[in-house]
Write a protein that binds this ligand. Structure first.
Ligand SMILES: O=P(O)(O)OC[C@H]1O[C@H](O[C@H]2O[C@H](CO)[C@@H](O)[C@H](O)[C@H]2O)[C@H](O)[C@@H](O)[C@@H]1O
Ligand SMILES: O=c1ccn([C@@H]2O[C@H](COP(=O)(O)OP(=O)(O)O)[C@@H](O)[C@H]2O)c(=O)[nH]1
Length: 785
C-alpha cells in the first residue's frame, strides 16, 4: 500500500537559519533530541513545518528563506511578534516547567506586564499561525503529525477545519501527574484539543497513564485501555518509546576521521578516565546536581583525584529565558569551585563547554567514554544515552542513568539507575562504574546495545504511523456505517412478520422518563418505569411470540420493583443475576470472580457521598456506582477527581476491576462485567428455559449504555455472528451445542438502537426514551399487521 505523505509539525525546523545577506541564508542543525530523532524518518515522503529559528519581517527575506528551505523539504512558519511570549513564555516558561515537575518560575507569577493570559494568547495565536501554514500545504490523504507541547491546540484547529484529516500528536516530554498538570489554568482547553487527534502518543506508560488520569479527572471522560472515550468518541492513546538511528552512530564511529579524534582526545586527557555529560544547558538536566555528585566522589575517593575527569558538553538552548541564564551561572559557579578545590597545575577535574560540538567529535567522545553520566531531574526520553551505547565498541563504558529519564525504562537493565537528587547515591554509582569489572561492563553493554540496535527511530515512526493509519482507516470504514435514523416502518413490519422475537431493553435512560421531564429529587436517580409504558409493556410481554429482557446495571431489587408484574426476563447488575419473573433469581457470577475490593470502595464512595450534596451511591453485589448528576456539576467533577485518586491509591490499587467514568458518575465493577459478555449466558438460559425449537428471527436491542456495554450491540450483529450460536445450557459453564439454530438474523431483522449517543456501535439512533415509548406503542398496535 502506498504510504501517505507526512506533514511533520514541530516548533523548530531541523535547521536553524541565519541571514547572511539580503537574499542569502546559512543553516546549522537545531539542537535537541526531537530533531535528531525525526531526521531519521527516511521512509516517508515528508514535509517539515516549523519555525526557522529566526525572526524575519521583510517580504524578500521570507520569500528567499522559504525557497531555500523548500530544497531541504522544510516549510517555515513565521511567528514574528508572538514568538517571544509564545516560545520563551508559554511553551518554555510555563508548560515546560510544569511538564517537568518544576512548577512555574517565580518571576512570572508576579510580573504585571507579561501575564499568564498574555502568554496563553500568544500560544493560541502561534498555533493558529501553524494551522494556517498546514492548511496551505495540506493535500488530501496527507497525515499530519504534530509534535510536542508547542502545538497542543493544533489538532483541534485542524479537525475543525477538516474532520477527515488524519492527525496524530506525540509528546516528547514527560506528561506529569494530574496533580501537577491541574495547576495549569488552560488545562481543559489543551486536553480537549489533544483529544481531537486520532492518535496520541507518549514515550512511556507512566506518561500515558498520567495523561489518561488527567483527562478523567479534569474533563470527566472515561479512560479505557484503548484510550479516552467521550460521548462514544474514542481517542486512541498509546506508548511509542523513541529510538535513535543506530547505524548512523555505529558507522560514524568507524570513520578514520573519528578514529583520529579518539586518539587525539585520549592523548589530550592524559590517560585519565573520562566521565562524559552531553546535555542542553537546561534546568531539567540536573547539571549542578551532577557537579555536586562528582565533587562528593572526589572528596570521598582521594585515590581517584587526578585520575578521572568529567567533560560536560553544555549545549546552549533557550537563551532568552531568565532561568536558563541562571542555570548557566550556577554551573559555572560549581565548576570554578570544584576545579579550584581539586585541580592542579597540570589538570582540572571538570571541563565545562558552553557550546555544541561537531557530530564526528561527539561520536569520538562517546566511543572513548568510560562513564556517561545522565542526571536529568526529568527527561522525556534522553537520546544521548542511546547514542553513547551505539558508539561504544572496545571500551564498553558504563551508563549511569537518572531514573527520572524516560530512557530509564528502556535502558535501565544495562545501566546503573540513580536518583539524581541523591548526591551520595550518584557519587557511589560513579565509584561503582569506575571500578566495574570488564565482564560486568560487557554484560550490561550487550543488553543495551541489543535494545538500541533493534529500537530505531525508523521503527518508532513506523509504529506510530501504522497505528494512526490503521485507526483512521477503521474510522473511515465505520463512518460508512454511521448510525442512521431508525427505519421505523421496517422495525414494525419485520416485527409483525416474525415468530420468535427477542427484545433486549436497557432500563435507565431507555425505559425511564427522560431527565428533562423529571423533577430534581435530590435523593438519587429516578429509577421508575416511564408511566406511559406500563400498559404497553404488559401487552408486549404477554405476546407468546415475544421474549422481553430488561438488561440493566441496576440491582435486583430495583428491577423487581419496576418489572415484577410483567412476564419477562430481568438481568440485573449487567447480567450477573438473571430471573424470569415467574421464578427466582439465579446468579451468573463466575465462580472465581474476586469481589474483595467492594468494601474498601464502598467506604470511599460513602465518604464522598456524605460530602457532596445531591450525590448518591448505587450498590450491588458486583459493582458500585457513585452518581453526581444531581450535585453541583463543577463540585461533583472535582470530587470525582479526588475520589479517583483515593481509589487508585487504596482499595483498587491491586484489584481486578474496571473503573468507568460516566458523564456524571464513577462506576467500579469486576473486570469483564459488560452487557455483551453477559449476553451469551442470558441467551443460554432463555433458550433452555423456553425449550426453544424455532430460531430467534427478530432482535431489537435498545439501550442508553456506557461505551464498555456497547458490546451488546455487536453480540447480535448479523455480520459478526455465526448463524448457529451455541449458548451454554442452564446451570453449566461449558458450552453445549443445541441442535437447532438459535438465532437466524440477517441485516433486515436485526435492529440495534442507541439513545442519545452520537458515536455508537448500534446501527440506529433515537433521541430519548420518549421515542422508545412511541416505538413500543407502535409495535403493540401493529403486531399482527
Ligand atoms: O528546541 P529547543 O527548545 O532548543 O529544545 C530542544 C528539544 O527539547 C525537547 O526534547 C525532547 O525530545 C527528545 C526526543 O523525543 C527527548 O529525548 C527529550 O527527553 C525531550 O526533552 C523538546 O521536547 C523538543 O521539542 C525540543 O525541540
Ligand atoms: O552539541 C550537540 C550535542 C548533542 N546534540 C544532540 O542533542 C540531542 C539531545 O537529545 P536528548 O533526547 O538527550 O535531550 P533533549 O535535548 O532533546 O532534551 C542528542 O541527539 C544529541 O546528539 C546536539 O544537538 N548538539
Amino acid at each position: 500500500m502506498a504510504r501517505p505523505r507526512l506533514l511533520v509539525v514541530s516548533m523548530s525546523l531541523p535547521v536553524t537559519a541565519k541571514r547572511t545577506g539580503e537574499e542569502s541564508w546559512s543553516f546549522t542543525m537545531s539542537p535537541g533530541g526531537l530533531v535528531s530523532a525525526l531526521l531519521g524518518l527516511k521512509e516517508f515522503e515528508t514535509k517539515w513545518i516549523g519555525w526557522p529559528g529566526v525572526d524575519v519581517h521583510d517580504a524578500i527575506g521570507k520569500k528567499t528563506l522559504s525557497i531555500t528551505l523548500a530544497e531541504k523539504g522544510c516549510i517555515p512558519v513565521f511567528l514574528e511578534e508572538v514568538c517571544d511570549q509564545y516560545y520563551n513564555g508559554y511553551c518554555n516558561n510555563i508548560l515546560w516547567p510544569i511538564f517537568h515537575y518544576l512548577g512555574t518560575p517565580p518571576e512570572y507569577r508576579n510580573d504585571a506586564t507579561i501575564t499568564y493570559q498574555s502568554q496563553y494568547d500568544a500560544y493560541k495565536k502561534a498555533n493558529q499561525i501553524f494551522f494556517d501554514v498546514v492548511k496551505e500545504h495540506y493535500e488530501e490523504g496527507d497525515v499530519v503529525w504534530c509534535h510536542d507541547y508547542h502545538v497542543m491546540l493544533l489538532p483541534q484547529y485542524l479537525k475543525e477545519y477538516n474532520s477527515k484529516m488524519k492527525v496524530g500528536w506525540f509528546l516528547h516530554t514527560p506528561f506529569p501527574s494530574s496533580e501537577m498538570y491541574k495547576t495549569l489554568p488552560s488545562r481543559s482547553d489543551l486536553l480537549r484539543s489533544v483529544l481531537t487527534a486520532d492518535l496520541v502518543g507518549f514515550h512511556t506508560y507512566d506518561f500515558a497513564r498520567h495523561f489518561l488520569n488527567a483527562c478523567m479527572c479534569i474533563l470527566g471522560v472515561e479512560a479505557t485501555s484503548e484510550g479516552v472515550v467521550d460521548h462514544g468518541k474514542v481517542t486512541r492513546v498509546a506508548v511509542f518509546p523513541i529510538g535513535i538511528e543506530p547505524e548512523r552512530f555505529i558507522n560514524t564511529s568507524e570513520l578514520s576521521e573519528v578514529v583520529q579524534y579518539m586518539k587525539k582526545f585520549k592523548n589530550d586527557f592524559g590517560g585519565r578516565k573520562l566521565i562524559l555529560g552531553v546535555d542542553r544547558l537546561d534546568t531539567i538536566k540536573g547539571i549542578p546536581q551532577k557537579y555536586q555528585a562528582f565533587e562528593k566522589f572526589l572528596e570521598e575517593n582521594e585515590e581517584w583525584r587526578g585520575k578521572v575527569m568529567l567533560l560536560q558538553i553544555a549545549v546552549p538552548t533557550r537563551n532568552g529565558i531568565g532561568e536558563y541564564q541562571k542555570i548557566k551561572d550556577q554551573c559555572h559557579y560549581h565548576v570554578g569551585r570544584i576545579n579550584g578545590r581539586f585541580g592542579s597545575i597540570s589538570a582540572v577535574p571538570i571541563i565545562h563547554l558552553d557550546c555544541s560540538i561537531d557530530f564526528n567529535q561527539l561520536c569520538a567522545l562517546y566511543a572513548i567514554t568510560d562513564v556517561l553520566l545522565v542526571t536529568s531531574l526529568r527527561d522525556g526520553m534522553n537520546l544521548v544515552s542511546s547514542e553513547f551505547i551505539a558508539c561504544q565498541k572496545e571500551e564498553k563504558g558504563v551508563l549511569i542513568l537518572s531514573e527520572f529519564a524516560g530512557a530509564g525504562q528502556s535502558l535501565g537493565a544495562g545501566a546503573l539507575l540513580v536518583n539524581p537528587w541523591n548526591i551520595k547515591e550518584v557519587s557511589t554509582a560513579i565509584g561503582e562504574a569506575l571500578n566495574m569489572s570488564h565482564e560486568e561492563k560487557e554484560r550490561k553493554h550487550k543488553i543495551n546495545f541489543q535494545y538500541v540496535k533493534t529500537h530505531s527511530t525508523q521503527q518508532w515512526a513506523d509504529d506510530f504511523m501504522n497505528k494512526l493509519i490503521e485507526i483512521t482507516t477503521n474510522a473511515e470504514l465505520r463512518a460508512g456505517k454511521a448510525p442512521l435514523e431508525l427505519p421505523e416502518h421496517d422495525v414494525i413490519q419485520q416485527y409483525s412478520k416474525s415468530n420468535n422475537r427477542l427484545l433486549i431493553l436497557g432500563f435507565y435512560g431507555t425505559l425511564t422518563q427522560p431527565m428533562k421531564n423529571q423533577e430534581r429529587r435530590g435523593d438519587g436517580m429516578n429509577l421508575d418505569l416511564h408511566p406511559q409504558l406500563k400498559e404497553r409493556l404488559k401487552e408486549l410481554c404477554s405476546d407468546p411470540k415475544t421474549t422481553v429482557v430488561v438488561l440493566s446495571r441496576s440491582e435486583k431489587g430495583i428491577l423487581d420493583k419496576n418489572f415484577g408484574e410483567y412476564n419477562m426476563w430481568l438481568a440485573a447488575e449487567n447480567g450477573m443475576f438473571l430471573r424470569h419473573t415467574s421464578g427466582e433469581w439465579v446468579t451468573r457470577i463466575p465462580e472465581h470472580m474476586n469481589l474483595e475490593w467492594i468494601d474498601g470502595v464502598k467506604h470511599v464512595f460513602k465518604y464522598f457521598t456524605e460530602r457532596t450534596p445531591g450525590s448518591y451511591l448505587e450498590t450491588s453485589e458486583t459493582s458500585l456506582v457513585w452518581n453526581y448528576e444531581y450535585a453541583d456539576a463543577e463540585f461533583g467533577r472535582a470530587q470525582a477527581r479526588d475520589m479517583l485518586q483515593h481509589l487508585w491509591a487504596g482499595p483498587i490499587s491491586n484489584a481486578s476491576v474496571d473503573v468507568v467514568r460516566g458523564e456524571q458518575s464513577v462506576e467500579v465493577h469486576a473486570v469483564g462485567v459488560t452487557k455483551g459478555s453477559a449476553m451469551e449466558r442470558i441467551l443460554g438460559e432463555i433458550v433452555h428455559n423456553k425449550s426453544m425449537t424455532a430460531p430467534i428471527d427478530y432482535v431489537l436491542c435498545i439501550g442508553c449504555f456506557l461505551g464498555k456495554d456497547e458490546d451488546v450491540y455487536t453480540f447480535f450483529e448479523p455480520e459478526l455472528t455465526k448463524k448457529t450460536k451455541s449458548p451454554p445450557s442452564s446451570g453449566s459453564d461449558s458450552p453445549k451445542k443445541v441442535s437447532s439454530t438459535i438465532v437466524d438474523l440477517k441485516g433486515e431483522n436485526y435492529f440495534s438502537i442507541a439513545i442519545g449517543q452520537t458515536h455508537t456501535k448500534a446501527r440506529y439512533l433515537l433521541d430519548s426514551s420518549d421515542d422508545v415509548v412511541q416505538l413500543i406503542h407502535k409495535l403493540c398496535t401493529h403486531k399482527n399487521a
